[in-house]
Design a protein around this ligand. Structure first.
Ligand code: SF4
Ligand code: FES
Length: 256
């Protein structure tokens, strides 16, 4: 298949960027989107041009490193699929694809399609942990976790921190990511000791990082490759408000 690619090229964070047009011939429909860019980059290198910078690591949809906009959609047109798991058979020969980095104030462009997501790291640092005794390995069944809670916590823990939710949100809000990270631990018995400080710390760090406010567009849920539910945003808001009111730890554990 033959494609026309309009790709955002920006040499450095403080340099202006622009869309650059590339014609790519004989793309293998079984290759992944990143493999297609690998082929383009090989051609650019052979021509003595700068290859297109983009983030990736596992290429298995689990690490959260990859991600950019394809024709205005975070991670492209395939539901619940990261760009590393997106295959070229979902596109047609002759198509024109606009490829741009995540656009959000809290995700500054580093180069081309690469953005800095260290703001996410700082949100996690503000409360994404539990207190445990170090030393000997704990008995595995010492703290029973009800199955519905374990399942629900696991759903939240599926977030891979890719940032697609922020990129697709018209407000550039990080509420889905932060809601998943807050909820994952606050639903488990082991996460109760820091439940108040976690909700306050992570929500206020999110706001300090310059993410926008959530206004329930739900674009985040629509593009999330892991299907994280916006229910976790409501759960985070409840934890935050209760903590600010003076003590969420008195609330019984619940999966809702
Ligand atoms: S909530 Fe979904 S879209 Fe947002 S960072 Fe996590 S996995 Fe990515
Ligand atoms: S490269 Fe790891 S999720 Fe895409």
């Amino acid at each position: 298949m033959d494609l026309t690619l309009n790709i955002w090229r920006q040499p450095a964070p403080d340099k202006p960027g622009r869309m650059v047009r590339y014609e790519l011939k004989d793309v293998n429909e079984h290759s992944s989107f990143l493999e297609m860019l690998d082929v383009l980059n090989q051609q650019l290198i052979e021509r003595g041009e700068d290859p297109v910078a983009f983030d990736h690591d596992c290429r298995e949809g689990i690490c959260g490193s990859c991600g950019f906009m394809i024709n205005g959609e975070a991670h492209g047109p395939q539901p619940r699929t990261t760009v590393c798991q997106l295959h070229m058979r979902h596109f047609k020969s002759g198509e024109t694809l606009d490829i741009e980095p995540w656009r959000a104030r809290a995700f500054p462009v580093l180069k081309d399609l690469m953005v800095s997501r260290t703001s996410f790291d700082r949100i996690v640092q503000a409360g994404g942990y539990i207190t445990v005794s170090t030393g000997s390995a704990p008995e595995a069944n010492l703290i029973p976790v009800p199955k519905p809670l374990a399942d629900r916590a696991f759903e939240a823990a599926e977030c891979i921190a890719c940032g697609a939710c922020v990129a697709q949100c018209p407000n550039g809000a990080a509420n889905l990511f932060t809601g998943a990270k807050v909820s994952h631990l606050s639903m488990l018995p082991q996460g109760q000791a820091e439940r108040d400080s976690r909700a306050i710390g992570m929500v206020e760090r999110m706001e300090a990082e310059g993410f926008g406010a959530c206004s329930n567009f739900a674009e985040c849920e629509a593009v999330c490759p892991k299907g994280i539910s916006i229910d976790f945003i409501a759960r985070m808001n409840r934890d935050y408000l209760r903590a600010k009111a003076g003590g969420v730890n008195k609330v019984p554990l619940s999966s809702t």
